[in-house]
Design a binder for this molecule. Structure first.
Ligand SMILES: [Mg+2]
Length: 171
């Protein structure tokens, strides 16, 4: 089975690096049982920062660092694909701005296996990040579950044909 995880509020405290209670044990158990895993997270903060010039949003470098710190605390995440939606259709950033943002984010996250896209269909509640995770493992949506904490996670799972499990149910 493929377990796809939302990041903030699911694996770790929102905008932090501290895992939710129970997550380290659950991830280790899934790995031991032979399940495969992926992360699917909306991270449009850098795009908002770029579009608005507002310093309250994280830079790509900060997000890349945060992801690497998380993978130190949750070592299973160091070797699995992360699907990251960096776009937001509410913003009018052009393709070259997104290309630069993705390049900076990718470099900051190395050596993590980051798959980044500004395609609006990737952004949850859209289904395409979950489909990308299934395609990576060559598994149909029926063999995947998505664990999340928010209504857009449930909606993305429904749109993708993937079973949804809330974090409360999962832990
Ligand atoms: Mg979340």
């Amino acid at each position: 089975m493929l377990y796809i995880f939302d990041l903030d509020g699911t694996l770790v405290e929102t905008y932090g690096i501290r895992p939710l209670d129970g997550i380290p044990v659950r991830l280790a158990k899934l790995q031991a049982e032979g399940h495969v895993m992926a992360v699917a997270t909306n991270q449009a903060g850098p795009a908002w920062g770029l579009a608005t010039g507002d310093g309250k949003y994280p830079q790509p470098r900060e997000l890349g660092e945060r992801f690497r710190e998380i993978a130190k605390v949750l070592p299973q995440l160091a070797t699995i694909p992360w699907f990251v939606s960096v776009g937001d259709p509410r913003l009018s950033l052009d393709t070259s701005a997104y290309t630069q943002l993705i390049r900076a984010f990718q470099a900051a996250g190395e050596p993590l296996d980051l798959h980044l896209s500004a395609d609006p269909r990737w952004r949850k509640p859209g289904p395409e990040m979950l489909h990308a995770a299934c395609a990576y493992y060559e598994l149909p949506p029926e063999q995947a579950v998505f664990v999340g904490d928010y209504e857009t996670d449930a909606a993305a799972a429904a749109a993708a044909g993937v079973t949804y499990i809330s974090i409360e149910q999962f832990l």
